[in-house]
Design a protein. Sequence first.
Length: 136
Amino acid sequence: MQDCSGKSVSEQQYEDGAVWSGKTNKMAWDCVLGRDDGSNTESKPSAGPVNELISPLLATDMVGVAQAFIDVGEAEVFRDGAVEYASMLWRNGVSAELHVWPGAWHGFYLLAPDVPVSRAAIEAKKSWIRRVLGCA
């Protein structure tokens, strides 16, 4: 969950998605931000301000942010936020490896670990960890 706005194209495309939908995402943000009015723009006073620790796409200073492995399914609500976050990291000189898996939905490699796209995603994660930790 990178973007609390609820306005990305992928969130609209997958508003009624099967695994994690745009509607589920809105409900989750309402819970995180302490909202019960159904709005997606303001938090209740007790919830405090929305900031980059809650919604990373609001970050203006990427100093000290660690390199990242980001992967996302092409057919899921988080797609656009993941791509934008990787782009933010790159613009700020932070190393990021981004994979957008064709036809995949949120959690695909957990729900269907033996299909080819899942095996490729799992191997990409393992490879990145080995490189980052110097175990390659």
